[in-house]
Design a binder for this molecule. Structure first.
Ligand code: ADP
Length: 395
């Protein structure tokens, strides 16, 4: 094989460009478009064998020239792709009969794709109306099939690495959780034990006010313990999808007003601004949705103490959009993607107790309502939680 220096330089440049692109589909686009000067085709598609269903999935399709085919509709190459998979070899199909319509004259070239050393799919090109594939064309297409295999393998590796990282993070969180939870359980238990032992001492008598104060502490700590255990059970049920939801038409504005009133009974100084505009009824589980707002209030009180809270609700594009904003210290941007994960706590929240379950529970409840929840935050300005819930016309 002879290649001149400019050809080698151009190929080198092209391969470097392809290899540098993070997105495998964009890399393939570059490869196919750049080589079209040497290798013309109208459509290209990649078919991969689904290991479970054993069917062929179209994972990439582009229409470049005459007789553009919709990208999703790559039925034209399915037959040759399965023949390539059966034989393990490159196959050329050329029309046997003449036709006046170019689109009826499909020149197909199918090449095998190997992933991890296994025959896993086919790369298929079509030229409408020819010309036939020369030996040089088939060689160039094989080079493209080789790159296709490498880029898909790289994608698979990247996905496996992402999954591994997520599992590792989850394992670390579980480890942290054990130490957090033992601390969280011990603290209220310590209070309950300490104050009840004091009350039971035979050698001391307590006046009525002190007795009342001790009993109040025991009562509050028992509530804290029960809330904690409830949260743990709830998160376990949500994870195993065994939590039952009872859906009925509800008014979210009234629900949030009720939660606000309850919170303000314990926190009379808390400033809450409500801004609700023509809020339609939605289908939801009132108890669970109350829990979402209770958790958001709890967090605002813990992480944005003394801050005003603003809650707005709008009906927009068939969705009920809620914004729950505080004016606290905010959450550093790099931690925001993780705060809805089970057990996740932003590092450095010294002195603020928690288990990392609250926002996980909120997210699961909103997902069960076919909605979504996310957070935006600006340091020293505050954090806003956004919730979108579908407005069902049939409510
Ligand atoms: P936790 O039990 O730690 O409060 P959550 O799941 O409720 O668990 O919250 C996860 C993390 O998100 C918290 O550890 C906290 O760092 C952060 N966070 C939640 N709400 C706020 C808020 N309003 N302002 C700042 N940080 C918040």
């Amino acid at each position: 094989m002879k290649m001149d220096a400019p050809t080698l330089t151009a190929l080198n440049e092209l391969f470097r460009n392809v290899a540098q692109q993070a997105d495998w589909k964009a890399a393939l686009d570059t490869l196919f478009v750049s080589l079209r000067g040497e290798f013309v085709f109208d459509n290209v598609a990649i078919y991969l064998l689904d290991p479970h269903s054993k069917g062929l999935d179209v994972v990439y399709a582009r229409a470049m020239g005459r007789g553009k085919t919709a990208e999703a509709d790559a039925a034209w190459g399915e037959l040759i792709a399965s023949q390539v998979l059966n034989s393990g070899k490159s196959i050329v199909h050329e029309p046997t009969k003449a036709h006046t319509d170019r689109l009826m004259l499909a020149y197909l070239l199918g090449l095998p794709i190997h992933l991890g050393g296994r025959l896993s799919g086919a790369l298929v090109f079509v030229r409408f109306g020819g010309p036939p594939y020369s030996e040089a064309h088939v060689a160039l297409a094989s080079l493209q099939a080789f790159w296709t295999s490498s880029l898909i393998e790289r994608r698979d590796l990247q996905e496996a690495r992402d999954e591994l990282e997520s599992v590792q993070r989850q394992m670390r969180l579980q480890d942290d959780f054990v130490s957090t939870i033992s601390h969280e359980l011990r603290t209220p238990l310590g209070f309950i034990k300490g104050y009840s032992t004091s009350l039971l001492r035979q050698d001391t008598t307590w006046d009525q006010d002190t007795t009342h104060e001790f009993l109040n502490i025991i009562d509050e700590e028992a509530d804290r313990l029960s809330h904690l255990i409830e949260n743990m059970l709830e998160s376990a049920r949500l994870q195993s999808h065994t939590l039952q939801f009872k859906f009925s038409p509800i008014r979210l504005d009234a629900l949030v007003r009720d939660v606000t009133t309850r919170v303000k009974m314990h926190q009379p100084d808390l400033e809450v601004e409500l801004d609700f505009e023509n809020v339609p009824p939605i289908r939801g589980d009132g108890l669970r949705l109350s829990q979402v707002f209770e958790n958001l209030f709890n967090n605002a009180l813990k992480y944005a103490p003394n801050s005003k809270i603003s809650i707005s609700m709008r009906n927009q594009d068939e969705k009920l959009k809620v914004a729950f904003a505080d004016q606290g210290e905010g959450i550093p941007e790099e931690f925001i993607p993780f705060i809805f994960e089970r057990f996740y706590r932003v590092p450095g929240e010294a002195g603020v107790t928690g288990t990392g379950l609250g926002l996980y529970i909120c997210n699961q409840i909103i997902l069960a309502h076919h909605g979504k929840i996310w957070a935006e935050s600006e340091l020293d300005k505050g954090t806003t939680f956004f919730i979108e819930l579908p407005v069902d016309a049939l409510v």
